[in-house]
Design a protein around this ligand. Structure first.
Ligand SMILES: *[C@@H]1O[C@H](CO)[C@@H](O)[C@H](O)[C@H]1NC(C)=O
Ligand SMILES: *[C@@H]1O[C@H](CO)[C@@H](O)[C@H](O)[C@H]1NC(C)=O
Ligand SMILES: *[C@@H]1O[C@H](CO)[C@@H](O)[C@H](O)[C@H]1NC(C)=O
Ligand SMILES: *[C@@H]1O[C@H](CO)[C@@H](O)[C@H](O)[C@H]1NC(C)=O
Ligand SMILES: *[C@@H]1O[C@H](CO)[C@@H](O)[C@H](O)[C@H]1NC(C)=O
Length: 426
């Protein structure tokens, strides 16, 4: 039985994979630096309001950094984490005014200024990441509810929540407020989110909580949430010193990057302060009754990387993309190729790994990714280590700080959610 299943698995894979062609692709030449910014500024209603925000410390330019990115129909959504005071809007769209004689892009709050108002709990407080489902055109946004979490005095203003917007109407269509015992209103750092399809629609969302070291599960159908926690989600001792371009930062970040396989059978996760990469079956996450022994038996270390990493992305062709922070590069793991040689995704390890992009000045701290419906891999590079060390230079002397790159993937390679509604239908 196992034997037949295995054979079936191989045939299935060979049907639509040709690793030989893949190996010869020159990704390097196909990357575009789409946007570069020295500092982050906004599309203010008028110059007086901008000055008012500066005067009352509601806009402190040096504390603004772009981090999360998702692209939908050429609209680019970016987050500005409210890690420190003076971030006027957390969820934004990138707009550029080339036509109006301005050379640098600006951010415009999404869906509005009001929806990003500090202290108003119906509004977004601090958004690190979001996910866009190309099948429904819904954007799933995670909000920690907390502000200034990189300072001595975090402000715990609102409970953490998940908010869903319909991008076609730009209206909020749903929200879920997390109970405090699942996502703590006083200590969480909700970091990243992926969606899990079952029977043709989204059934679960999985999120990382970096401070409380949890993998949070939101059961969308039953509208409840729970979490799992495990030693693999903690920072490693050896990963706590991060050196980029000669600058060393001490980090202690737990579970952060998350990706889900395009067949929705496995979730992958990483911590910034770690070299290890882990896999957990969705069957475990979908089961609210999973106990500590189940968790321990199911989480698997799939291999050590050469560098610390940040965000992850997984494509419809079973390629997982990750950052190599210490070498200013982006790597790709061909999970399908390794699954073929190992006898299944549950045995595959990080063997077929290769660099797809590198740039020592403009890919410094590649933070997060997205793959859009055109088959383009987008990522932000934001010099986050310099932000942490307070050495980021937002004057124009040292060139640009924040970069948005776009790489065209192999033909037909899309986001893991591509056609998920049809692929998972009963
Ligand atoms: C700062 O000024 C702006 C513009 O007048 C105002 O909307 C905002 O509420 C002020 N913020 C604080 C914290 O006073
Ligand atoms: C999916 O469909 C199967 C078979 O009808 C059912 O047992 C299962 O509960 C469904 N799961 C979800 C999450 O809809
Ligand atoms: C969920 O986990 C519990 C505890 O290990 C186990 O008894 C149960 O069979 C699991 N349910 C499913 C559907 O696997
Ligand atoms: C880094 O990217 C910039 C912008 O595309 C380019 O001009 C520069 O040559 C690149 N540097 C290297 C070492 O590839
Ligand atoms: C600009 O870069 C140079 C060389 O890396 C460095 O010595 C200098 O301190 C930087 N200036 C600022 C204002 O950060």
């Amino acid at each position: 039985m196992t034997h037949i299943m295995f054979l079936f698995f191989i045939l299935n894979l060979l049907q639509y994979s040709n690793p030989q062609i893949d190996k010869t692709l020159g990704y390097r030449s196909r990357g575009e630096l789409e946007y570069q910014m020295t500092k982050i500024d906004y599309d203010w209603p008028d110059e007086k309001i901008r000055q008012d925000f500066i005067n009352n410390n509601s806009y402190i330019a040096v504390n603004n950094i772009i981090s999360g990115i998702k692209v939908w129909r050429r609209k680019i959504f970016v987050t500005v984490p409210r890690w420190r005071p003076g971030v006027p809007s957390s969820l934004n769209r990138l707009v550029s005014f080339y036509g109006r004689g301005q050379s640098t892009p600006h951010l415009t709050p999404f869906p509005s200024w009001e929806a990003n108002r500090i202290g108003k709990c119906s509004a977004l407080q601090y958004v690190q990441s979001m996910e866009i489902d190309p099948n429904t055109n819904y954007m799933w946004v995670i909000d920690t509810g907390r502000l200034d979490i990189f300072t001595e005095n975090p402000r715990n203003l609102c409970p953490a929540k998940l908010v869903i917007f319909d991008l076609q109407t730009e209206q909020e269509i749903d929200r879920y407020v997390f109970p405090n015992n699942v996502v703590s209103g006083s200590s969480n750092f909700l970091n990243d989110i992926v969606l899990d399809y079952v029977n043709g629609s989204v059934a679960y969302a999985y999120m990382t909580d970096t401070y409380d070291s949890k993998l949070i599960v939101f059961d969308y159908i039953n509208r409840e949430s729970y979490f799992i926690s495990h030693a693999s989600m903690l920072a490693d001792e050896e990963g706590r010193s991060l050196t980029i371009n000669g600058l060393t930062t001490k980090i202690s970040s737990n579970i952060n990057g998350i990706a889900i396989a395009s067949n929705f059978q496995y979730v992958y996760f990483t911590s910034v302060a770690s070299f290890n990469t882990y896999q957990v079956p969705t069957s475990l996450l979908r089961n609210k009754s999973s106990n500590a022994q189940d968790i321990d038996a199911s989480i698997r270390n799939i291999g050590r990387r050469k560098s610390q990493t940040s965000g992850l992305a997984y494509s419809s062709k079973d390629k997982m993309y990750f950052t190599s922070l210490t070498t200013n590069a982006v790597f790709q793991w061909d999970a399908r190729l390794d699954a073929i040689s190992a006898g299944g995704f549950r045995y595959a390890t990080l063997q077929s790994v290769r660099q797809v992009a590198r740039n020592d000045t403009k890919m410094v701290f590649v933070d997060s990714f997205c793959i859009d419906e055109n088959g383009d891999l987008w990522f932000t590079a934001n010099r986050l280590h310099e932000y942490l060390l307070n050495t980021i230079d937002i004057s124009r002397r040292n060139g640009t700080n924040f970069h948005i790159w776009r790489y065209t993937l192999q033909p037909g390679e899309k986001n893991y959610l591509h056609n998920a509604n049809r692929r998972t239908r009963l």
